[in-house]
Design a binder for this molecule. Structure first.
Ligand SMILES: Cc1cc2nc3c(=O)[nH]c(=O)nc-3n(C[C@H](O)[C@H](O)[C@H](O)COP(=O)(O)OP(=O)(O)OC[C@H]3O[C@@H](n4cnc5c(N)ncnc54)[C@H](O)[C@@H]3O)c2cc1C
Length: 468
């Protein structure tokens, strides 16, 4: 193989592999380095895909037990075969990672297996499993090394009793008592999985609300829904220590307001306090500029502080740590390298939590707008008044549309619904095109669908919903 490339990408997660495909489509001679055995990064191997597989399977188990009876379907002898459920998850992961391998071959991308090290802005080395080192020359480099789980000071993740999300995606039996530290989306999705499969789950959150970055109304409603499903919450509580006693964990917490201390025991503790950018020694040595959170600083063209070295995805200082954000940045960076005008609109990046019901949001929330001193109006519509949701017994949640007071331009939308993750796409598209609430209100929505609630919420911005 000729070791000279137009672009070498370090990391084959959704940022890196998409950047590789787009670069190849644009005629650039492309290589992508990955140290994992399989392609697809965190997302395909230990993130989005395996978590969604377990969320789906556990939701089906929950529904067949609790909800089918109401539909006139009676099932007996329902039980979980966890190893089969895990097998199904692993099969999905394998199929999708193989799919990326196929796309690499189809697009003539060189898949360099091993750990990549950037020596300078034109040179990269790769050390494979057998310690064989190869040097490659390239005109451009894209860093797409992603992120890794983080912990609290003094608390070690051993992946046996104290686990990261990776460990919690592979328990061989459901823990009787599971403590989840962190009420963000990863903690809440995995809480849902193990609660449905029979664990007693307690979520400990430092702040006084779950999913702090989301709309407050949504966060409050979501807390009610998850509590009703049997998940215990200890909000406004600080974890001060996690100690192992025999094969159990003893977790010490202190209430931030009352200073009351409490000690709880669990079979497993899931540390879900966030992820940190994966910054290798080479990035430090090269002196690539990082922000105070140790994320790589990039400009709007994804250029780092060193010429010809770009960065995208979880490792950079822009946008939320999400797979679709990384993918869009991968496309934009490749296009910029090829001389085109790649761009990512950070105002319109949807965020979805794949619980049941799902939670989704795009654009700004009320807190953001208050801080920015922007005047706004709100339209809300509950699924209780939506015919399809009623027929399906999916009446929890609502749609909330926020529009600028003067211009009626949609600034943000948040919703809780069984189909929120799919429905949010309409709102992202509307916002991308600069739609007003009136534009959505005057768009014909099919009946009977959950999406009619979006139209109604848009009409409610002008105080004229029909069904509420
Ligand atoms: C449990 C969980 C659930 C999630 N669910 C969702 C979801 O539903 N939706 C969503 O949008 N996001 C989700 N995410 C987040 C999502 O996985 C990340 O935002 C996304 O994977 C980031 O993509 P990336 O390409 O930046 O990095 P990554 O996916 O982290 O990929 C980076 C890759 O680079 C490789 N690498 C690092 N350094 C080197 C090196 N020196 N040499 C060679 N290879 C290297 C790593 O092995 C890794 O494979 C989830 C994450 C977790 C943990």
């Amino acid at each position: 193989m000729n070791n000279n490339f137009d672009v070498i990408i370090v990391g084959a997660g959704p940022g890196g592999y998409v950047a590789a495909i787009r670069s190849a489509q644009l005629g650039l001679k492309t290589a992508c380095i990955e140290s994992r055995k399989t392609l697809g990064g965190t997302c395909l191997n230990v993130g989005c895909i395996p978590s969604k597989s377990l969320l789906y399977a556990s939701e089906m188990y929950y529904k067949v037990q609790k909800e089918f009876k109401n539909l006139g379907i009676e099932a007996t002898g329902i039980k979980v075969n966890l190893s089969r459920m895990m097998g199904n998850k692993n099969k999905s992961v394998l199929t999708l990672t193989k799919g990326v391998e196929f796309l690499f071959k189809k697009n003539n991308i060189s898949h360099l297996k091993g750990k990549g090290t950037i020596l300078d802005n034109n040179t990269v080395t790769v050390i494979d499993d057998s310690d064989k080192k190869e040097t490659y020359k390239t005109k451009n480099i894209i860093i797409a090394t992603g992120s890794v789980p983080t912990s609290l000071p003094g608390i070690k993740i051993d992946e046996k009793v104290v686990v990261s999300s990776t460990g919690a995606l592979s328990f061989d039996k459901n823990p009787k008592e599971l403590i989840v530290i962190g009420g963000g989306y990863i903690g809440l999705e995995l809480s849902s999985v193990w609660k449905r499969l029979g664990s007693n789950v307690t979520v400990i959150e430092y702040l006084d609300r779950i999913i702090p970055g989301m709309d407050k109304d949504i966060s409050n409603e979501f807390l009610k829904i998850l509590s009703k499903q049997g998940i215990n919450f200890k909000l406004d509580c600080k974890v001060t220590g996690v100690n192992l006693v025999k094969d159990k964990a003893v977790v010490d917490i202190t209430n931030n307001k009352t200073s009351k201390r409490e000690r709880i025991e669990a079979d497993k503790v899931l540390m879900a306090v966030g992820r940190k950018p994966n910054i290798g020694e080479d990035i430090i040595k090269l002196g690539i500029k990082l922000n105070n959170q140790k994320k790589i600083e990039v400009n709007e063209k994804f250029e780092t502080s060193i010429k010809n070295i770009y960065a995208i995805g979880d490792v950079i200082d822009k946008g939320p740590m999400l797979a679709h954000k990384a993918e869009d940045e991968g496309i934009a960076a490749a296009e910029i390298i090829a001389g085109q005008a790649g761009h990512v609109n950070y105002n319109v990046i949807p965020v979805v939590i794949y619980t049941s019901p799902e939670v989704a949001m795009v654009g700004k929330n009320e807190d953001d707008l208050k801080k920015e001193n922007i005047k706004y109006k709100i339209g809300k519509f509950p699924f209780l008044a939506n015919s399809r949701a009623k027929v399906n017994s999916e009446t929890e949640g609502f749609v909330k549309v926020i529009a600028e007071e003067k211009t009626d331009k949609v600034l943000g939308v948040a919703l809780i619904s069984s189909l929120a993750g799919t429905m949010i796409a309409e709102l992202a598209l509307a916002m991308e095109f600069g739609a007003s609430a009136e534009d959505i209100a005057r768009t014909c929505h099919a009946h009977p669908t959950h999406s009619e609630a979006v139209k109604e919420a848009a009409m409610a911005v002008d105080k004229r919903p029909i069904h509420f």
